[in-house]
Design a protein around this ligand. Sequence first.
Ligand SMILES: NC(=O)c1ccc[n+]([C@@H]2O[C@H](COP(=O)([O-])OP(=O)(O)OC[C@H]3O[C@@H](n4cnc5c(N)ncnc54)[C@H](OP(=O)(O)O)[C@@H]3O)[C@@H](O)[C@H]2O)c1
Length: 262
Amino acid sequence: MDTELEGRVVLVTGASTGIGAATARAYGREGARVAVTYRHSPEKAGRVVAEIAAGGGQACAVRLDLEDLDGVERAVRAVVERWGGVDVLVANAVRWGGDGPPDPSVRFEHVPLAEWQAMIGANLIGAVAQVRAVLPGMRARGWGRIVLVSSSVAEEGVPGPGPYGTAKSGLHGLARSLAWEAGRDGVLVNVVAPGFTLTDSRPPLPAALTDRLAAGTPTRRLSDAEDVARLVVFLGSGANGNLTGELVRDGSAAARAPHTGP
Ligand SMILES: NC(=O)c1ccc[n+]([C@@H]2O[C@H](COP(=O)([O-])OP(=O)(O)OC[C@H]3O[C@@H](n4cnc5c(N)ncnc54)[C@H](OP(=O)(O)O)[C@@H]3O)[C@@H](O)[C@H]2O)c1
């Protein structure tokens, strides 16, 4: 299948580690020019860029902070100045809050309103800011693909991390409306909702827990970052001819992990 990605410019936010890094590498293998964003980890983003270059691809690293909305626009502008536009946006960056994935032991009423605002500001409005920055160029060229990375938590919930799932569920409404608004200009918008995903940024889990989680999925296995990356690349490519406004659940989305985060 031709992904029609050769020479396309792809912006993958939050691509220094995890699903974003795997996605950036996968786009690199398709011949796209890949902008890899990071927040705290320029050296990790640099490694992803080097891996893409070692495979014969083109990539660059750009700092993007979801908590600095003007900075989001500046980051996109830097990519446009370098390569002339952004054809594909993968809005994958996430503000976990605290030191990592949400802590399910935290009680709802103990999450300060300021944390709600910060989570929704970064993870929902931050995605809106990314879309706003890339959409005019996509419209002008009559072609674009946008993939918003959500989570199974948005639909299924999980004890504790209310702001995370609430912000992610906003992406689903965003995609539905945006699909109508941008479709006439050749821009397709979809959401990927991974479940519990094995990544290089997650500490190894005890085998018994992995087995228990996998047993709750249709395929009896958990997804890894490459599984999600392949799904994202399909949706965010020319291989996706006319699918828009959809929410695609990864097989791991059925895994229930109430004590280990999203
Ligand atoms: N892993 C899972 O099980 C899972 C399940 C469901 C959904 N998801 C979703 O999949 C996406 C990727 O998850 P992941 O587990 O692969 O994440 P991850 O490995 O923790 O990577 C997060 C990425 O986001 C960047 N980042 C962190 N804070 C940021 C901020 N405030 N502004 C901009 N960028 C920021 C990080 O950059 P630095 O490291 O450079 O700071 C990193 O590149 C997220 O949207 C997440 O919600 C993941």
